[in-house]
Design a protein around this ligand. Structure first.
Ligand SMILES: [Zn+2]
Length: 613
């Protein structure tokens, strides 16, 4: 996932206080145990899903059945599934569909309800007939008004981290991998696509069949339904979007095929067949989600200037780190994200050069410093290996897993050279493909196949199990951003020379405007550079935040309101709502939020609600 950020400072703080008891250097006792699933797949486990669902856009639910092929090597007398607010009609065992008993354990606020199904020694199939509940957090139902076409509604799912259980009863732990087939029925005129082999045209009867042959973690099962069209951009790459968006999307992501080839040249063959990307309506709360074969992306990456292609590099990199070799538990999330950020930068460097990539790295490093400052550098949440037991993993992860994780790999790379390091990484992916791994398993592999092999040492434990940033943290250093900072400091006297500035430089400029920048200067800047009406959402977000904090916002309030009504991405919503709150204009924020919230995904809605309460 890209830029999955938490701006709920109060929430972070309360978590870190709650965790102070822990000794900051101890690894959790059993690294294999997943604190976010009740399912115990080490006893009876699911291996394959055959999913049959019908979508009802009026009722906003899915109903049908999930037929699970199971494996029971330990002679367990029951199999356990994770569910969350799912209405179960009946459960049957075997091909003959023998009615089964079942027990739903009382709901836990983080884990949902464990579903226990007694099984017999030879049981190989368990079929669960069910419908999804109201407000299932995995399901993003968008009204037609929230789409580009305005005619048909739209639906997308988000499984990471522990949401799949709210639309499919499953063993919802990344430690257990499954294959799947699916048959999905949707209203006529709509297309359904999944993290699987996908159609490229609408069906005449609203029926779609899917196949995912490679074993994946359940959080990677994904579905999108809407007025969707397809266009190829390369031999094995293409884009899906609403028809009104298709031209722009195809232009923005022209380089997709090149990216896949570049990634393969670094870490080995792409394992998933096609690589396509779907641009979702504005309600999608994240930047991107690496659903296998089909990346889900926010429309805010369609900037018209190709400035957000690093998002594609990131999601594509997950085809190796995350989807091919997966974190065994959410406490090992850095294995997914740290590797992915490292890999993303290598792709970007190969395609767009060192200077540009260094700039991106520098910007993200600063975001990390902010986060570490907010959390406190002794907070256990600044370790790579975290302990998220008892809380929703979505609330416990931020820049640390991404940036500190990636920098850990940069530090290791510099112990030898790129040839040796790349060879090592390639062997990590190849040796462990289609498996789920813990931090400890990686460290053992690292010790044997890299550190000992080349006779080098490193403060690995400090990096992984200690809080804060180690002294040998490799800090990026971008000359381009240093120039931008100079321009920002002098803004009251000299308008900046912005020739060849990328949107990243613009954002940095806006964020570095001196605190005493007055409304007159802001107006001058706006008149010359049209920041309020910029086509780039990152620039707009940074600019609106400054405008609110410096008292320029009353004049451009209609534009800010329009932006908040037309984006659902939490990364943009939180800084703006936070700024309103911090300058004492929480009433304005609440008024806009009331209007905007029907268009927000549950994840974004929840975060803003919490902030403004
Ligand atoms: Zn990611």
């Amino acid at each position: 996932m890209k830029q999955f950020k938490l701006f709920l400072l109060s929430l972070i703080l309360s978590f870190s206080i709650a965790c102070q008891q822990e000794t900051s250097t101890a690894a959790p006792p059993d690294p294999k145990a997943d604190p976010h699933s009740s399912s115990q797949p080490n006893e009876a486990r699911t291996t394959h899903l055959d999913l049959h669902l019908k979508g009802d856009f009026d009722k906003k639910n899915f109903s049908g059945y999930a037929r699970w092929t199971i494996e029971n090597k330990t002679g367990a007398t029951e199999i356990i599934f994770d569910t969350d607010n799912i209405h179960i009609e009946k459960i049957t065992l075997g091909k003959e569909e023998k009615p089964a008993e079942y027990f739903l354990v009382a709901r836990d606020s983080v884990l949902g309800s464990a579903l226990k199904v007694p099984i017999e020694p030879g049981t190989d199939l368990v079929t669960i007939y069910y419908s999804t509940g109201p407000n299932a957090p995995a399901l993003g139902w968008m009204e037609p008004s929230m789409t580009a076409g305005k005619k048909l509604p739209f639906l997308f799912t988000q499984g990471q981290a522990i949401l799949t259980r709210s639309w499919i009863p499953c063993q919802d732990t990344p430690a257990n991998r499954i294959t799947y087939t699916a048959s999905i029925e949707v209203p006529l005129g709509m297309m359904a696509v999944m993290s699987a082999e996908n159609p490229q045209q609408k069906s005449a009867d609203g029926q779609y069949r899917f196949l995912m042959e490679q074993p994946i973690a359940p959080y990677l099962i994904a579905l999108a339904v809407g007025d969707i069209a397809f266009r190829p951009v390369g031999q094995r790459t293409g884009v899906y979007a609403e028809p009104a968006m298709l031209d722009k999307v195809a232009w923005e992501f022209t380089d997709m095929e090149k990216m896949v080839t570049t990634a393969e040249s670094l870490y080995g063959p792409y394992a998933w067949g096609r690589y396509d990307l779907i641009v979702l309506p504005t309600g999608f709360p994240f930047g991107g989600m690496e659903n296998p074969r089909l990346t889900f992306a926010t429309p805010t990456v369609i900037t018209g200037d190709r400035s957000m292609v690093s998002l594609v590099a990131h999601e594509l990199a997950h085809s190796w780190s995350g989807n091919l070799v997966t974190n065994a538990t959410w406490n090992d999330f850095w294995l997914n994200e740290g590797f992915t950020v490292y890999f993303e930068r290598r792709i970007m460097e190969a395609l767009y050069g060192k200077e540009y990539t260094e700039m991106l790295a520098q910007l993200e490093y600063w975001e990390l410093l902010d986060e570490v400052k907010t959390l406190g550098d002794t907070s256990p949440d600044t370790r790579l290996k975290v302990n998220l037991a008892g809380r929703n993993p979505d609330d416990g992860v931020g820049d640390v897993a991404y940036q500190k994780g990636s920098s850990f790999l940069v530090m290791l790379e510099r112990l030898t050279d790129r040839t040796k390091w790349d060879e090592f990484l390639k062997s990590w992916f190849d040796t462990n493909k289609f498996q789920s791994k813990t931090t400890e398993e990686f460290l053992t592999f690292l010790q044997k196949n890299y550190l000992e092999k080349y006779g080098v040492t490193a403060n690995v434990d400090e990096w992984v199990y200690h809080p804060g940033l180690p002294a040998n943290y490799p800090k990026p250093n971008s000359a381009r951003l240093a120039n931008v900072e100079k321009a920002a400091v002098n803004v009251a006297t000299v308008m900046p020379d912005t020739k060849d500035w990328t949107p990243h430089e613009w954002v940095h400029f806006v964020r570095n405007l001196p605190e005493n920048t007055d409304v007159v200067t802001l107006k001058k800047l706006d008149k010359k550079f049209h920041l309020t009406t910029s086509g780039n959402a990152e620039i707009k977000c940074a600019w609106y935040e400054v405008a609110i904090r410096q008292g320029y916002s009353p004049e451009i309030l209609p534009q800010i309101e329009y932006f908040l009504l037309n984006t659902g991405r939490r990364r943009f919503l939180m800084p703006i709502y936070t700024a309103f709150k911090e300058v004492g204009r929480v009433e304005t924020a609440r008024r806009i939020f009331e209007k905007a919230k029907p268009g927000y995904h549950a994840v974004s809605r929840g975060s803003v609600e919490e902030l403004l309460k």
